[in-house]
Design a protein around this ligand. Structure first.
Ligand SMILES: [Zn+2]
Length: 154
């Protein structure tokens, strides 16, 4: 390959990676079924803000379903191992919604090596771990008091 070709290939790869990181790229490569359009944008926003490694794994393995007040949604058959169902209250602030989405992705990430993902989530320890990770990504915490969560230390 001559220098000119190599520069062209590099530029092509750079442009592709730039697209991959853009809201448009993330949206087109993520399985989102939503009864509410605005919430799709919030999922994309969260995916754009979390570490690349986590985003790629989430896009590969998670199908997102957003349920609004009442929703008629038609999920397409999915190869995704995990489904995150988001029940986002109509009166919640955008900040709370973003935190909820990031918190659920944190559960996925922390639980990713579990043979039966999702079954281990819940309980004080799991909720605090998800909140800690979520906060490290720059979002808020979902819980103020972990003692109110049933499920002991699991
Ligand atoms: Zn949780």
């Amino acid at each position: 390959m001559n220098d000119e070709d190599e520069a062209m290939v590099k530029e092509h790869i750079r442009k592709y990676e730039e697209w991959e990181d853009s809201a448009e790229g993330i949206y087109s490569e993520t399985n989102i079924v939503a009864g509410a359009v605005d919430e799709e944008r919030l999922i994309v926003q969260v995916l754009q803000r979390i570490p690349r490694e986590v985003r790629k794994a989430a896009m590969e393995n998670v199908a997102f379903v957003v349920v609004a007040n009442c929703s008629y949604v038609q999920p397409t058959p999915t190869r995704h191992a995990v489904m995150i169902v988001l029940l986002l209250g109509l009166h919640e602030t955008i900040g709370v919604k973003l935190t909820t989405i990031a918190h659920e992705i944190a559960h996925y990430w922390l639980d990713r090596d579990n043979e039966f993902p999702g079954t281990g989530a819940g309980g004080k320890k799991a909720e605090k771990a998800a909140d800690d990770l979520c906060e490290s990504w720059g979002f808020g915490r979902s819980y103020n008091n972990y003692d109110l969560i049933p499920g002991g230390e699991t």
